[in-house]
Design a protein around this ligand. Structure first.
Ligand SMILES: [Mn+2]
Length: 297
C-alpha cells in the first residue's frame, strides 16, 4: 500500500497559532519511519496562510482556499490508488479532505473520532471557529455557498457520519445530532463499558455490504489531555491512547478505509514530546493494521 502523506498546515480554523506547525513537526519526529515498511510520498496539500485570527468571512474564504487545494491533492492520490494520509493542521481541513473522498466515493461513510462534534453552523457557533463547523458544511446542514461561492463540493448525508469519543457538544450541535438522529459514542460510553464493546459493534457494521468506503478522521483531542496535552481545544475525561489505537485498528482492519485525517496537534503548546509519543503509537498502529490488511488479501 503506497501512502501519500499530504501535509495540511491549516490553522486559521482554530483561531490559535501553532497547529500549522503540526505536519512539519510530525515529519521531523519520524512519521515515515513510524509507518515502516510502507512506502510514503510526501505531498504538499495546501499552503500555510498568514494568521487570520479574526473570525469573519475573510477567514472562511482563506480556509476554503486551503480546502480546495487539499481536496485536489486527495482526489489525485485516490485516483492513482494510493492511501491519502492527511497531516494537520486543525480539523477544518476535513472540509477539503472528505470533499475529495466524496468526489470519488459518494457512498463513503465518515468515522469521526474527536472530543468535539465539529457540526456547528456558521451562525450558531459560539466560538466562530471554522474547525468546529466542517461537518455542518460537508453535510449541507449549514450552506455557506453564498459566503464562499468559490468552493462548492458534494455533500455527505449527516447519518453517514459516526462519532466516537465525543464529550463536548455546543447546544446547537446537540440539537443537530438529536434532530438528525446521528450515532454518537461518547468517551464516557467507552470509559464505562470498555472500548471492545464498541469495536465489536463497529467491526460487525463495517463488515456489512452497506459499507464500501470509509473516511477516517482522527483528532488527537479524542485522547485524554493528560496523555496528549499539545492540542488546541483539550477536553477532560478523554479515551486512552490504547482505546484510540483499538478504534483505528478496527476501522483499518475492514480494508475499506480510503483516506485518513490526523489533526489538531499543536506543537507550540506545552507537552509536545508527550503528545508526540502518543502520535508514534498511533502511526505504528496504522502501519501494523495496513500490513495485516495487505497480508490477509
Ligand atoms: Mn476536536
Amino acid at each position: 500500500m503506497k501512502i501519500d502523506i499530504i501535509t495540511a498546515p491549516v490553522n486559521i480554523g482554530s483561531g490559535k497559532q501553532g497547529a500549522q506547525d503540526g505536519p512539519e513537526t510530525l515529519l521531523k519526529a519520524g512519521v515515515t519511519t513510524w509507518l515502516n515498511p510502507h512506502e510514503c510520498n510526501i505531498v504538499a496539500g495546501c499552503e500555510s496562510h498568514d494568521p487570520v485570527l479574526n473570525i469573519d468571512d475573510a477567514a472562511l474564504h482563506a480556509v476554503a482556499a486551503q480546502c480546495k487545494s487539499l481536496r485536489r491533492a486527495v482526489v489525485k492520490s485516490l485516483s492513482v490508488g494510493h492511501l491519502p494520509l492527511i497531516l494537520g493542521g486543525d480539523h477544518s481541513l476535513t472540509w477539503g479532505s472528505l470533499a475529495g473522498v466524496m468526489d470519488l466515493y459518494p457512498d463513503a461513510y465518515c468515522i469521526y473520532i474527536d472530543a468535539h462534534g465539529d457540526i456547528n453552523t456558521y451562525e450558531g457557533s459560539p466560538s466562530g471557529h471554522v474547525h468546529g463547523m466542517c461537518l455542518s458544511f460537508l453535510s449541507g446542514i449549514c450552506d455557506v455557498s453564498t459566503v464562499v461561492p468559490e468552493y462548492t463540493h458534494p455533500t455527505i448525508a449527516p447519518q453517514r457520519i459516526k462519532f466516537y469519543a465525543t464529550r463536548s457538544l455546543d447546544p446547537c450541535e446537540q440539537d443537530i445530532i438529536n434532530n438528525h438522529h446521528l450515532d454518537v459514542i461518547t468517551s464516557d460510553n467507552i470509559l464505562t463499558h470498555g472500548v471492545q464493546t464498541y469495536t465489536r459493534q463497529l467491526e460487525q457494521w463495517l463488515d456489512t455490504d452497506e459499507v464500501r468506503h470509509v473516511h477516517l478522521s482522527f483528532d488527537i483531542d479524542a485522547i485524554d489531555p493528560s496523555l496528549t496535552p499539545a492540542t488546541g481545544v483539550p477536553e477532560k475525561e478523554g479515551i486512552t491512547v490504547q482505546d484510540a489505537v483499538a478504534l483505528i485498528d478496527t476501522v483499518l482492519a475492514s480494508g475499506k478505509t480510503v483516506a485518513i485525517d490526523l489533526v489538531e496537534f499543536n506543537p507550540r503548546l506545552e507537552g509536545r514530546d508527550k503528545t508526540l509519543d502518543a502520535w508514534q503509537n498511533i502511526f505504528n498502529a496504522i502501519a501494523r493494521s495496513l500490513s495485516s490488511r495487505t497480508s490477509s488479501k
